[in-house]
Design a protein around this ligand. Structure first.
Ligand code: TXA
Ligand code: MG
Length: 342
């Protein structure tokens, strides 16, 4: 299959590109599109065969459910029920935006593979002109995970989608680099106390201002179903191993020298304040303490490592303030929790 990339500007003037995307989706084909977080790989959420193509193209485990994207709040009534008051408050406050709500699923509405057979569904309205225009024209819910090969960092550019899925999908709508750069916050409203299953751009503090107490699912919460099934799989991993390390120039320089003495090459992914460390490759996360910039640049940096001959990737840990929680969550996964100890 030939994969076409069409550039759509944010003014939604590119009518024929949208028509092409809507036609493909309606026919049960896949279309990748930008959102404010990362690029999504969309299929009509009521069509089981179309949704099956998502799992196939990504190589995604069948038990990992997909997020459903809608263009307006009214659309959720068609496939959810008993929406808690607190969930309504979050929708009013944060939609359109990077917040996915897990809600009770109305039976026999969406294709079963969207929710991997669960009785709940994750849903959000993305805050991106291209995504919203597509959803508005289509008038149907779209199941869309991040448009990367399963296990790789999510795509923040159309070129990343092309790299991972070329030949497997017919169309990529190119809306430029995505703004936030990390996936949406996933919050579960089916558990007694609203629980963050995946941290993202909407932080715990922001949520608690609106709805009061919010829990954070810990990787050790084995008994506390339901958790995001996706949490158990390897994620965001470059080809070479990633190690976390203390945020100290001295510690980094020592680590690099040790690794060099083993005839191995090292990359560092860090804020510019670390760029004086003598290393084989340095990928910047922007200015020191600018966590939004770090979120925006992280997946590109992880992907850049795959274009080098590096053996080991070191990442000095970042603050867990605000969006830092989400950044460190992704880095914990990319590193599989490994620290460099020399
Ligand atoms: O920002 C985003 O959320 C992007 C854009 C494209 O919208 N999408 C995205 O989807 O990151 P994906 O499939 O890569 O991540 C979805 C996460 C997974 O961890 C999945 O397990 C969880 O949400 N999830 C989806 N439905 C769920 C459900 N019913 N219950 C618990 N977790 C669910
Ligand atoms: Mg994903």
């Amino acid at each position: 299959m030939k994969t076409t990339i069409v550039v759509v500007d944010n003014l939604s003037t590119n009518k024929s590109s949208y028509t092409q995307a809507v036609d493909l989706l309606t026919k049960g084909e896949l279309v990748a599109f930008p959102t404010e977080t990362v690029y999504g790989l969309g299929a009509i959420a009521t069509c089981e065969e179309a949704v099956a193509k998502i799992f196939e193209a990504k190589g995604r485990p069948q038990d990992n459910p997909l997020i459903v994207h809608i263009g307006s709040k009214e659309e959720i009534k068609a496939f959810t029920h008993d929406i808690p008051k607190l969930a309504e408050m979050c929708m009013d406050m944060f939609w359109p935006g990077p917040l996915t709500l897990i809600l009770p699923l109305k039976t026999d509405t969406l294709a079963k593979n969207v929710t991997a057979g669960l009785q709940t569904v994750g849903v959000r309205i993305p805050e991106h002109t291209v995504a919203l225009e597509l959803l508005r024209l289509l008038k149907q819910p779209v199941a869309a995970p991040s448009a990367n090969k399963s296990g790789k960092p999510s795509p923040t550019k159309a070129a990343h989608v092309y790299h991972d899925l070329e030949g497997k999908i017919p169309l990529i709508l190119d809306g430029g680099t995505t703004g936030i750069g990390l996936e949406s916050t996933v919050i579960d409203f089916v558990s007694e106390i609203p629980t963050i299953l995946r941290p993202g751009g909407v932080t715990k503090e922001m949520l608690e201002k609106v709805i009061g107490q919010v829990r954070e699912a810990k990787p050790t919460d084995h008994e506390e179903a339901p958790r995001a099934p996706g949490m158990k799989y390897a994620h965001y991993a470059p080809d070479s191993p990633v190690y976390l390390i203390e945020a100290s120039i001295v510690k980094l320089q020592e680590a690099v020298e040790k690794i060099h003495s083993e005839q191995k090459k090292v990359a560092i992914i860090a804020s510019e304040s670390f760029n004086q460390v003598k290393v084989d490759y340095f990928f910047s996360l922007g200015k020191k303490n600018e966590l939004n910039d770090a979120a925006h640049l992280l997946y590109q940096a992880l992907r850049d490592c795959d274009e080098t001959d590096v053996d080991i990737i070191l990442v000095p840990v970042l603050s867990t303030e605000g969006v830092g929680t989400a950044i460190m969550n992704r880095l914990e996964k990319a590193s599989n929790g490994k620290w460099y100890i020399g």
